[in-house]
Design a protein around this ligand. Structure first.
Ligand SMILES: NC(=O)c1ccc[n+]([C@@H]2O[C@H](COP(=O)([O-])OP(=O)(O)OC[C@H]3O[C@@H](n4cnc5c(N)ncnc54)[C@H](OP(=O)(O)O)[C@@H]3O)[C@@H](O)[C@H]2O)c1
Length: 332
């Protein structure tokens, strides 16, 4: 293994390029564990980085790809040995460290989680960063019952429901037995969302409007991937002591709301950051993935792309044109 295939992005003055290249193994500079990558995936952030670095990449040339799953090839970290199946998401890999759009990656051992028994590396990337984030959101909502010992959860709302985070959240929340309402801007995706477990679908335009301080209380929990007016509306529609897990900004990074949902209904706004989640939390979430996700259903909404497909089509995710998840087979 002297050379391997990788997507390399580069910025020379005003000129941004992304190319599939053969690079030498000595190109990999950081970390103490070398992983033979099997699969990566496409997330919104990857779309931004592949477009123009997304103001996230500081040093060029650079290998993008914010997540991957593969097999340890060599390790200086005593916790890993050759042959271990591993998953990586977050830690700013693919941004400030070289990422997973390559046949090999080298990262710090503390960034890696061993792939749990019963989960394949392909399934891990069918979830990827988006799915891992969706599961963090799911556990945040479930905390109303488990940690706060509050009322049972019945009705939950998922915004950006056909996206990567949204579609996995719909699946996991319906698996927990909750009635899931999906919010989507895609009029033709009702069947898709029902297949994932949504019992009701709302058109995005109904929520993407100015909110009153308090509206009819409808939701015990919300997974919001959009921010902006939609999040403000969801907060004012959340039932007493409900939990709103906010993880995204697909609509807007701003939030114009009032304190009323918080002080009159005790609504909790729970921010989700998947990037710096602790190792313990990662291990727990990945260990639960096979219980919460029916992979035979998820795989129906997974597309498998090659590295070249990423170069050609990754901008689709920035235009909201990708439904479900894209798994990247780096060896295809
Ligand atoms: N906090 C974290 O750790 C973390 C981790 C992963 C992702 N994220 C963030 O979560 C968000 C979703 O990520 P993703 O990977 O699921 O992206 P994605 O696959 O592109 O999904 C986003 C979805 O949002 C909806 N949407 C798109 N444009 C919109 C607009 N202008 N207004 C309202 N809704 C819009 C679309 O769903 P519909 O057509 O069904 O409405 C789209 O499919 C992104 O903002 C991403 O940066 C955060």
């Amino acid at each position: 293994m002297d050379k391997f295939k990788a997507i390399v992005v580069n910025q020379v003055e005003e000129n941004f390029t992304r190319e599939l290249q053969e690079v030498d193994i000595s190109f990999l500079k950081d970390g103490d564990v070398t992983v033979k990558v099997e699969y990566s995936s496409l997330n919104y952030k990857d779309g931004m980085i592949l477009k123009n670095g997304g103001k996230l990449v500081k040093d060029y040339p650079h290998i993008p790809g914010i997540d991957f799953a593969g097999v340890v090839e060599a390790s200086e970290d005593p916790n890993f040995t050759k042959g271990d199946k591993v998953i990586l998401t977050g830690w700013r890999v693919g941004e400030i460290y070289y990422g997973g759009y390559a046949q090999y990656a080298k990262v710090k051992g503390k960034f890696l989680v061993k792939t749990p028994e019963g989960l394949s590396n392909k399934d891990a990337m069918a979830l990827g960063t988006a799915g891992f984030t969706a599961l963090l959101c799911t556990f945040a909502i479930q905390a109303r019952e488990t940690i706060l010992l509050g009322e049972p959860i019945q009705d939950v709302l998922v915004t950006g429901a056909t996206g990567g985070v949204g579609s996995v959240a719909v699946m996991a929340l319906s698996k927990l037995g909750y009635n899931v309402t999906g919010v989507t801007g895609k009029k033709d995706k009702e069947e898709f969302l029902q297949k994932l477990g949504a019992s009701k679908i709302i058109d995005r335009s109904e929520l993407d409007q100015p909110a009153k301080p308090l509206e009819a209380a409808l939701w015990d929990g919300v997974v919001d991937t959009t921010g902006g007016q939609i999040l403000a509306k969801a907060l004012s529609q959340t039932k007493p002591n409900g939990i709103v897990a906010a993880c995204g900004l697909a609509s807007n990074f701003k939030l114009d709301t009032t304190v009323m949902p918080f002080i009159i209904r005790g609504v909790k706004l729970w921010g989700i950051d998947s990037v710096m989640a602790s190792a313990k939390r990662r291990q727990f979430v990945w260990s639960q993935a096979a219980n919460l996700i029916d992979f035979s259903v998820l795989n129906e909404v997974v597309q498998v792309w090659s590295l070249q497909d990423l170069i050609d089509s990754s901008s689709k995710i920035l235009k909201g044109e990708v439904s479900g998840r894209v798994v990247v087979d780096v060896n295809q």
